[in-house]
Design a protein around this ligand. Structure first.
Ligand SMILES: [Zn+2]
Length: 477
């Protein structure tokens, strides 16, 4: 009997020990249940793999956009004519410094602030002023060259409708809200998009940034429903269709440098990088961060490279051919995400150009690590603001064209009209509000303000009424 009891106790103890051992030895299963944040994750520190130095290319990678047009930015045909002295008489009440003469035969055509424009009041009680050029004697309306010119619709209605489009309402929805025909809304969108594209181009140039994040997001415009396919499936289905939205931002100022739509190819990567280069100052070579899409490497190399004459290895024989190499100051790292069963399992980094130390130094100024979180956040807002990208099948979007226009509108709206919470500035002194609310602590800023391109938050009405000069104006006017 005693031996039985002893035996049971022994078995019990054994089981207990087994349980304890299992508990410690088992791979921590509960950790896998917690969804991991798709955020900059401190990567497991592996011994650094020494990458082979880039051997260089024997030819410069071609870029269609570079070959096509060196004259993509409009240039003034000649020096501006002299400033006109103010005429005698009553001093002018209306500021006309933001207007220019549109008449092609006039010497003052396209120049701002030369004192040749006079305001004439509102002819026959209309909503817009008439302006007069004292140089050529020509008349024009203050809406000349803007989407509001020659419209019979009330200006406010058009501005609100465009605002609704920019905030992500689809064309059909806008047509219903404002009780107009969908084709009218589409016509407005086309015209406004043209204007906002020129507007953005006028302001976005010679931008100085330290880093650029690039990304592509897939836009499911037809057949396939958003959220029901994985990205890999979408890549397969859409890799030949022009439904990828490409975007580049400066994560510091949040400025959206470019946004475009096209397929997921090398040519498109070239085009996007080319557009970024057009916006940057000529000597600005920022740090680039992208996902693992391999065509960026070629595109960056095409635009940020130079010829290097390698030293001879042997005393005799022909000299080695010159090699096309990345600029020494170019930093480029890829963030590679491994997704399994739609769950992010691993994020790793690959330094492609430049050294890891140099890249980390650029990021350390802001306390960041290598990541593409900011551009991914922007992609989310693009989905919210551009109906054709974010919604399912039903959105009226006439293929790629409509999408181009919605993106051009969003590009301007995001940079110039939408204050961004993360770049607001503290006020030196809190300002009391009119109502009973608490005092205002912050001055809101748009990305364009943070980048020093403009000094105020633009309203949509202001943008739509802005007459974009045909060429850049001399600074300091
Ligand atoms: Zn004139």
């Amino acid at each position: 009997m005693v031996s039985h009891l002893f035996f049971y106790q022994l078995v019990l103890l054994g089981l207990l020990w087994l349980c304890c051992m299992l508990h410690y030895a088992w791979p921590s299963g509960h950790a896998a249940d917690i969804p991991r944040l798709p955020q900059p994750l401190p990567p497991p520190r592996k011994p650094p793999r020494v990458p082979k130095p880039f051997p260089g290319l024997t030819h410069q990678p071609p870029c269609a956009a570079c070959a096509q047009a060196a004259a993509s930015r409009p240039q003034a045909p000649c020096a501006p004519p002299p400033r006109m002295a103010p005429t005698r008489g009553r001093p002018r009440q209306v500021d006309t410094s933001q207007h220019f003469c549109p008449h092609p035969d006039c010497a003052y055509q396209g120049w701002l602030g030369l004192g040749n424009i006079r305001a004439n009041g509102h002819p026959s009680g209309g909503p817009w002023r008439q302006l007069y050029c004292t140089s050529c004697g020509g008349y024009f309306q203050e809406t000349h060259g803007t989407p509001l010119h020659g419209k019979r619709v009330a200006p406010e209605k058009l501005v609100w409708a465009v605002g609704a489009l920019a905030e992500g309402l689809g064309i059909r929805a806008v047509a219903r809200v404002f009780e107009v025909d969908p084709n009218t809304v589409l016509a407005w969108l086309v015209e406004v998009a043209e204007h906002t594209a020129v507007f953005s181009q006028y302001f976005l140039h010679d931008v100085r940034v330290t880093q650029v994040q690039l990304d592509e997001l897939f836009a499911l415009l037809s057949a396939v429903k958003a959220g029901e396919v994985s990205e890999t499936e979408a890549v397969e289905r859409l890799s030949r269709s022009p439904h990828w939205v490409w975007a580049a931002i400066d994560p510091v100022t949040k400025l959206l440098l470019t946004v475009d739509v096209g397929d997921r190819t090398r040519a498109m990567a070239q085009r996007v990088v080319h557009q970024v280069v057009q916006v940057l100052a000529p000597d600005c070579v920022p740090l680039f961060l992208t996902d693992g899409f391999k065509e960026y490497t070629t595109a960056l190399l095409a635009h940020f490279g130079y010829w290097v004459q390698l030293p001879r290895r042997q005393a005799s024989g022909p000299a080695p051919k010159p090699r096309w190499m990345p600029l020494p100051q170019l930093g480029y790292a890829q963030v590679i995400k491994t997704v399994r069963r739609r769950r992010l399992v691993r994020v790793s980094h690959r330094v492609v150009f430049g050294s890891l130390a140099a890249i980390e130094q650029v990021l350390a100024v802001h306390g960041w690590h290598i990541n593409t979180a900011f551009i991914e956040r922007v992609n989310l807002t693009i989905r919210q603001h551009v109906a054709a990208v974010g919604r399912r099948v039903m959105t009226l979007c006439k293929g790629e064209e409509g999408l181009h226009q919605q993106l051009a509108l969003y590009h301007m709206y995001y940079n110039f009209c939408l204050p961004h919470a993360s770049i607001r500035l503290p006020l030196p002194q809190p300002e009391p509000t009119n109502g009973s609310g608490s005092a205002k602590q912050w001055r809101s800023q748009t990305p364009a303000m943070a980048a020093g391109l403009t000094d105020h938050v633009w309203t949509l009405r202001e943008v739509l009424l802005f007459r974009v000069p045909p060429w850049p104006q001399p600074a300091g006017r």
